[in-house]
Each structure stands twice: as C-alpha cells, then as structure tokens.
Design a protein around this ligand. Structure first.
Ligand code: PEP
Ligand code: MG
Length: 581
C-alpha cells in the first residue's frame, strides 16, 4: 500500500464508497504508452491503419448522407475531415510515432492531433485558429474506432466491463459510453470534466451511482487497481486510504443505505404539505430504462422526456414510425398519467454526431434547441407528427414542450405546425414552453395563448443568469440555482404563468434538491419533475413544509447575499422539521 493521498473534488452524484479503480477504455487506450516491443508495434500499426481507414469511410458516408438530406454545403466539414485523414504527412506522422518510437496507436493519434491543433491555435488568422478543434475532433473519431475495436474484441470473449465491482475512472462521461458499462459492477465514477449540472452528473444521479469530478492532473495519478475511497460528505477522495478513512467512509455508506430504506417508506404517502397543499411529483426520463424507474417511484407523470436520447442512440435521424413507437411506449407505460415530451434539444453540450453543425464561438449561446429546429423544419415537423400519431394511437393527449425559447415568435412556429397536424393525425396536444433563458422568465405573459404550461429548465436558466457554464468544473460554487437572482426569476416566471392560467412546473435538477422544495412551494409551482431517485427525499421535504412558513423563508432568502447562505437557510429550516437528518 502506498502513502495515502487526498484529492478534493466536486460531488456530482452523492454516495460514499471504497473500491479499486479501473480506467475506462478510452483512458486506457490513450494513457501514454511508449517503448512498445517490435511485436507490439506491428500490432498497433495494423490497429492504427484499420481505425484510420474506418474513420475515413465513416466520414465519407456521413458527408454523402448529409449532402443528400441537407445540401452539399452542410456536408463540407465531413469531407474536409476525411481529407485530413488521407493526408500523407498526417498519416506518416502517426506511423512514425508507432513504428519508430513505440507509441500505442491511440496515444500516437492523440499526440499528432494535439500537435496539429496547437500549431493552428498559435496562428494569427481567426479562421485557422478555429481549425484547431477540427484536429481534435478527427483524433477523437479515430480513437473511438480503436476503442470500439477493443471493446468488440472484449465483447467477443464475453468480457464485461468492469468485470469486478470497481470505480470507473474516465475523463468525460457520455450517455452512450455509460450505458455500455456493466452497471451492476460500477461502484462509482471519477471524472475530470463536468460541472454539478452537466449531463454526466444528471446521468450518474439518475442511475444512483456516486460520481465525483477531480482535476485532470490528479486523474492521471489513478491507475488500474489503485484503492480509492470516495467521501461524499467531505467532497474528496483518498488514494490508498488508511484504516481510519476506510472506516469513516464505510460508516457514511451505512448511513446512506439506512436513509434510503427510511425514505422508501414514503413511496405510498401523498405528496402533500402539512397544510394540505398537493404538489405533483413527476419523473424525468430519456430512455426506456427510465420509464420503469419512474413508474416504480410512483411518479404522477413524466415532466420531462428528453427525446434527444432516442436521436443519440441512432446512426441517423430516426424515421417517424421509429419515433412514434418510442413515444407510444412512454404513453402506454404511464397509463393515464401525463407525459411531457420535449422537442429535440440539440446543440451546445448535446451534439448529434450526424447532424452537421458549424463551429461556434459560443455554442451555449448559439444554434441550439428551438433555434436549430426552426432551421431544420423537416426534423421539427416529423417529430411533432410522430408525437401526434402516438397520441391518436393511444387516445391520450401528448404534452409537447419547446426547449430554449426566447420569444413568442418561436412558439408560434411550433403552434402553427401542431394546429396543422392535429386534423391530419387525429391526435391531441397541449403545448408548453421551457423557461431556460432570462428573456423567457421575464416575459412569460407574452406567451399567453401560445403556451398552456411552463416548465423551468433551471439547469440552463442558472447558467444563463449567472453567466456560469454548467459544464465547467472550474466554476465550482459560482454556478448555483440558490442564487437570489435565479430564485427571483423563477418566482416571477411562476407568478406570471399562474396569473395567465398556465400550469407551472420545473424540470431542472433544482426540482430534485430537497433544500429547493420550500422555495418552490413558496413560489407556487404545481409540479416538480426530477430523476425518479430524488422523489422520496423531495416528498419528505414537502411533507414537512407549511406554505406559510415557506413563504417567509423565501422572503428571508431573497435578502441574503450568497447562494451558499440561501441553501444553508433551507437546510436548517428542514432540519428543524426532522428532514435531512
Ligand atoms: C434544464 O436546462 O434545466 C433542462 C431540464 O434541460 P437540460 O438539462 O436537458 O438542458
Ligand atoms: Mg436545458
């Protein structure tokens, strides 16, 4: 055992655990490997050649399809990436690193693509500087092929990853990668990128798997088999923990298990305040797996169905019948409970590999959500028609929610399509808007007649209000929904929506935070939507909070100067009512 080392981190998904580290495949592949023997070099050269050829073919096929579906100009980017992979000098650099210096295929790709990217970044010309990321994208695409070839070989030998209970170490965590893991053996995730409300964090929480982000420089200290103790309460992890730390973490784990058992008892009790106000508790979902978790948590419906998961699982835009079957299944699983489908929300942190997207300086302020959909009407119309057809087939109304709305004009485009398709399909739909931008929060009244409900997307609303990127782990505490400015916007949006007769909900991660419950009750939300796993602890907070007390608490909170104080105020409020102990 080495000397114990403590690393501070940010908790993405709560939970304490001890176990051996295992590097996720991509990390193992690119972990700098040099000095391979002759025999290994030959094998790596073959792997490299195959991966480069496959990536090139993939790019050419993508370019062809995109040119057919969306026009030749949109396909250019994929053609130019394929050309780089065919470039003699690029290929010679890769081969030299492997053959002469004994790099592994993946580490050679990372080294060459990074060197090219750096060279571009140093150029004066804006155009060339923007090309730096092209080299990184190309490198990642080839590395993905290398990793996939290894995964296929491992699957072929029916090896599951991880094969024993382990803490998976990975730079980033994408939905696709996560579902490929053998989850019963994943004790926790340790990553080096992603903020508290990044999609990696949301995913880990919905799976109930502890997760922590640590600095990239520290991540490289972890190797296969290293013992890690993840201490959620202390927001840190220990490498090679000493016995006192091991027993502390084990104790925390036992407490967490006891608490989960206690909360289970709340499942059958109503979500109601002691003064008799009922609040709908809905589930957030994206894949079919989430549906059963939502049903098991006795949710009142689905408050956010992230349809982009269906699109991400496919190699190209899913056709209308595939979509319809997917939406119908969600409606059927929920019986007569409401289901809110969010229209495809891509761009920024949720790219669709097959949907061409120009490079943007500020992707979060760019072509995403409804902006992208309006510019791609075939996708928008196809998705709405599939939802309405599913509605007709199940004789259930669908709720269609529009992401990233800023102006009533955007809602009108969607409403016109819905109105036109209702007679054609025989479906029924209610249209609602996500409140994710300060502009939307401040102007809810302008949407009267266009929107029958609002749902606060607090993850994005927070980042736009505080100008703090939700994915950026460096910002730590700056990004917080408890900021009085963010709370004021939520309060205004909710009050204005109520005064216009719209239903009010919230579906960002804030809804699943017990300390948020008193504030959201005070604002008057009808429905809170969250990961199914959060429902019991939020219900516990609701059942302990009188509306009158919550209103006084909110007034007090809005006069405080820091997000941390606002959160602490609610924590203490709930503690005196026996919640969170
Ligand atoms: C949000 O922004 O709060 C939200 C629910 O959407 P997403 O997290 O998918 O961006
Ligand atoms: Mg959002």
């Amino acid at each position: 055992m080495g000397a114990q080392r403590k690393i501070d981190g940010i908790v993405l998904s709560r939970g304490s655990v001890v176990g051996p580290a295992i590097l996720a495949c991509a990390e193992r592949a690119v972990a700098k490997t040099t000095g391979l023997c002759e025999e290994e070099r030959a094998l790596e050269l073959t792997t490299l050649d195959r991966a480069v050829s496959e990536a090139t073919e993939e790019l050419r096929a993508l370019a062809l399809r995109v040119a057919g579906e969306l026009g030749a100009d949109k396909a250019e980017i994929f053609e130019s990436h394929a050309d780089i992979l065919c470039d003699d000098e690029f290929r010679a650099d890769l081969a030299r690193l492997v053959a002469d210096e004994g790099y592994s295929a993946a580490s050679a790709v990372r080294a060459v693509s990074e060197a090219n990217a750096k060279e571009m970044e140093e150029l004066e010309d804006e155009y060339f500087r923007a090309r730096a990321d092209d080299f990184r994208d190309i490198g990642n695409r080839v590395i993905e092929r290398i990793v996939k070839a290894r995964d296929d070989a491992a699957n072929h030998s029916s090896e599951r990853f991880p094969s024993i209970p382990s803490i998976v170490v990975s730079r980033a965590l994408s939905p696709g990668q996560t579902v490929s893991f053998h989850l019963p053996n994943v004790l926790a995730f340790v990553v080096s990128s992603g903020g508290a409300n990044s999609h990696a964090a949301i995913l880990a929480r919905s799976l109930g798997i502890p997760a922590m982000v640590i600095p990239e420089s520290e991540l490289s200290l972890l190797s296969n088999g290293t013992t890690i103790a993840l201490d959620a309460a202390g927001a840190c992890l220990f490498i090679d923990p000493e016995p006192d730390i091991l027993s502390r973490v084990e104790r925390s784990r036992a407490d967490e298990i006891r608490r989960a058992e206690r909360l289970k008892a709340l499942l059958d009790l109503p979500s109601e305040t002691p003064c008799g106000r009922s609040i709908g508790l809905y589930g957030n979902g994206g894949g079919m797996k989430d549906l059963s978790a939502i049903a098991e948590a006795h949710a009142d419906g689905i408050g956010l169905f992230r349809t982009e998961f269906l699109f991400m699982e496919q190699g190209g835009f899913p056709d209308e019948s595939t979509q319809e079957a997917y939406y119908r299944r969600a409606l059927e699983t929920m019986g007569d409970k409401p289901v809110i489908f969010r229209l495809l929300d891509i761009g920024a942190d949720k790219p669709l590999p097959y949907a061409p997207h120009p490079r943007e300086n500020n992707p979060f302020l760019g072509w995403r959500g409804i902006r992208w959909l309006i510019d791609n009407p075939d996708v928008l119309i196809g998705q709405i028609r599939a939802m309405l057809t599913a509605s007709a087939a199940t004789r259930r109304a669908v709720r269609v929610m529009v992401p990233m709305v800023c102006s009533p004009k955007e809602m009108s485009v969607v409403k016109n399509i819905v109105d036109r398709l209702i007679p054609e399909t025989g479906g029924t739909a209610f249209l609602g808007m996500m409140v994710e931008t300060p502009a939307a929060a401040m102007s809810v009244r302008l949407f009267q007649g266009l929107s029958t409900f609002i749902s606060i997307g607090s993850n994005d609303l927070t980042q736009y209000t505080l100008a703090a990127d939700r994915e950026n782990e460096l910002l730590g505490d700056l990004y917080s929904e408890f900021h009085p400015g963010v709370l004021s916007l939520m309060r205004k949006a909710c009050a204005d929506a109520r005064s216009c007769g719209m239903e009010t909900g919230i579906c960002g991660e804030f809804a699943g935070t017990p300390e948020a419950a008193p504030y959201l009750l005070a604002m008057g939300f009808d429905e809170l939507s969250m990961s199914a796993r959060s429902i019991p602890s939020v219900k516990e907070a609701i059942r302990a909070t009188r509306i009158e007390d919550a209103r006084a608490l909110l007034d007090e909170a809005l006069a405080l100067g820091s997000s941390a104080d606002v959160r602490e105020l609610a924590r203490a409020f709930l503690k005196t009512r026996g919640v969170g102990a």
